[in-house]
Design a protein. Structure first.
Length: 135
């Protein structure tokens, strides 16, 4: 079963990469369409067994021409850990429960995206503001 899931996940990521590649080849004025587009890819659940919605695997691509900064991995759990990840089941359950950083919210990403589209939004649902690391 895990092998089938791994193959499915690999296929989905290959298709996502192909989509980004296609956007990078299409011009919008003088720049690639990818630079004028924001694509949010991920899951609303970090651990399907518990249907947890914290510690979400989210990828934000594109938007360079809109002012987004990329080339980084933001992990809001790491500053709150006493040691490096062990990837054990118990550790994963603790990360998927109550967030380690209650200020790290997916809704903050949505506010960031709205503002980059020049939509005057200071808040989206429970957001606390834009994600400063990507703007």
């Amino acid at each position: 079963m895990l092998e089938r899931l791994a193959k499915s996940d690999a296929f989905i990521m290959q298709q996502f990469a192909h989509f980004l590649d296609e956007l990078s080849t299409i011009k919008d004025g003088d720049e690639p369409l990818l630079d004028r587009t924001m694509i949010l890819f991920g899951s609303g659940m970090s651990y399907g067994h518990s249907h947890c919605n914290s510690n979400l695997p989210i990828l934000l691509a594109g938007g360079k021409g809109l002012g987004l900064k990329h080339g980084q991995h933001l992990d809001y759990n790491r500053p709150h850990l006493k040691e490096d990840y062990s990837l054990s089941y118990d550790e994963w359950r603790s990360l998927c429960g109550k967030p380690k950083d209650d200020k790290a919210r997916l809704s903050n990403v949505f506010v960031t995206m709205l503002q980059k589209m020049e939509i005057n939004a200071e808040q989206f649902v429970d957001s606390l503001g834009p994600v400063s690391e990507v703007i």
